[in-house]
Design a protein around this ligand. Structure first.
Ligand code: SF4
Ligand code: SF4
Length: 383
């Protein structure tokens, strides 16, 4: 295997609330030592762990932070995030002290949605579900609230996000990063954050991307659009399906409200792109989503991490056959999608899919009959 990945040499994701840094959302995080950062201005992108990981990559060796994000999937014949972004990451940087080019900032985990592949680490709606209904106990995997998400849920937004000391140090890092080209704001849901417009003012001269699930009210979105109307803001909207599929996958938001909010952003002339996470649920309806939005706006495909039973290949044979036909009409995405559903599913993933769907259906009071019967029968049987 070629272990090199240029993302490691140019991108950084910072989770302000948990004070963690990653080279991308798939990589394993590292916690920032505040005292160290205070004494080492401009070094956030050059911690010892990152330097050692880059040295390992240059020597074509595996590094722990990327094993669970990419290498593990490739070993199993599945598509990894770095393979999906191959074209974006063609350049080969070999300077372990290369400057930061792209920064992603996750402000807090405040989010009104509980998307099927998300977790309490990224969404307070997920945290509330587990607090109310208990852990999701699956074969070999338990989805539960960790100590951090419990702590954050009891803290006020300001003190755990943009009011923290770490956030002030992060602003200093941004000012010192003279090669920085782009900043992306992530959530939870960044549009819910009270400091959103203040942050946009601080990072005024750079291109700003906002990754959103649009889980905000029309009124709040309208106010934000009013405030940022003269800024260079692009909206990267997370979605991959329509109608009932959308409402199951992006739980907490109705499809009609989603469409209306996309129109509100479009009417204000901000750029729009979509980020579509391809799972074994979205494969059934992605063609309809592509039909509605794909001819007008760019769509980037994303892989699933941390929920192996939602991977696109965990499907029965009939669902795969039907998907092959639908994918062939999806232009440049067709080959990637075909490759994603190709590997054979394991019995554990099939069993966990059935159990997870049943748990979601019971907790959220949603019937599963929008999914094909052959899929439901296939994953409902015992191991
Ligand atoms: S997890 Fe994957 S995409 Fe992210 S930095 Fe590592 S190899 Fe690259
Ligand atoms: S909108 Fe984003 S943060 Fe919120 S649940 Fe969905 S994926 Fe998670």
């Amino acid at each position: 295997m070629d272990y090199y990945c240029s993302t490691k040499f140019k991108e950084l994701l910072v989770n302000v609330q948990s004070r963690s840094i990653y080279n991308c959302c798939k990589a394993h995080p590292e916690r920032v030592n505040i005292e160290w950062l205070e004494a080492n201005p401009g070094k956030l992108f050059h911690t010892d762990t990152m330097i050692n990981d880059r040295r390992a990559m240059i020597a074509n060796k595996s590094c722990a932070s990327c094993y669970y994000g990419c290498y593990k999937y490739e070993e199993r014949g599945e598509t990894s995030a770095r393979q999906l972004n191959k074209n974006k990451n063609k350049d080969k940087i070999v300077d372990v002290y290369a400057p930061l080019m792209e920064l992603q900032i996750s402000l807090t985990s405040d989010c009104n949605l509980s998307c099927v592949y998300c977790s309490p680490e990224w969404s307070t709606a997920w945290h509330r579900d587990i607090e109310k209904n208990g852990d999701y106990i699956l074969e070999g995997q338990v989805l539960k609230n960790n100590n951090w998400s419990k702590l954050w849920s009891n803290m006020k937004q300001k003190s755990r996000g943009t009011g923290s000391k770490f956030f002030s140090l992060l602003l200093r890092e941004i000012k010192l990063a003279d090669q920085l080209k782009k900043i992306t704001l992530l959530g939870g849901e960044p549009l819910l954050n009270n400091q959103f417009d203040k942050l946009i003012d601080v990072i005024d001269e750079l291109k700003i991307n906002v990754v959103t699930g649009l889980g905000v009210t029309d009124e709040r979105l309208g106010k934000i659009l009013q405030k940022i109307q003269r800024k260079n803001v692009m909206f990267e909207i997370s979605a991959e399906a329509t109608g009932k599929f959308f409402e199951f996958i992006r739980h907490g938001l109705e499809w009609k409200d989603f469409q209306k909010r996309v129109c509100m952003i479009e009417n204000k002339k901000h750029s729009i792109g979509f980020s579509s996470t391809i799972s074994n649920l979205s494969v059934f309806d992605f063609h309809n989503f592509y039909e509605q939005y794909g001819k007008k706006f760019p769509i980037n495909l994303n892989t699933i991490a941390g929920r192996p039973f939602l991977s696109p290949h965990v499907l029965d044979e009939k669902s795969k056959e039907q998907s092959y036909k639908k994918f062939s009409k999806l232009g440049s995405h067709a080959d990637k999608l075909l490759k994603m559903i190709e590997p054979n599913p394991t019995d554990i993933d099939r069993y966990n899919l059935g159990k997870y769907l049943k748990l979601l259906s019971d907790r959220r009071l949603i019937r599963l009959d929008f999914l094909p019967k052959h899929l439901r029968d296939w994953c409902a049987s015992d191991t």
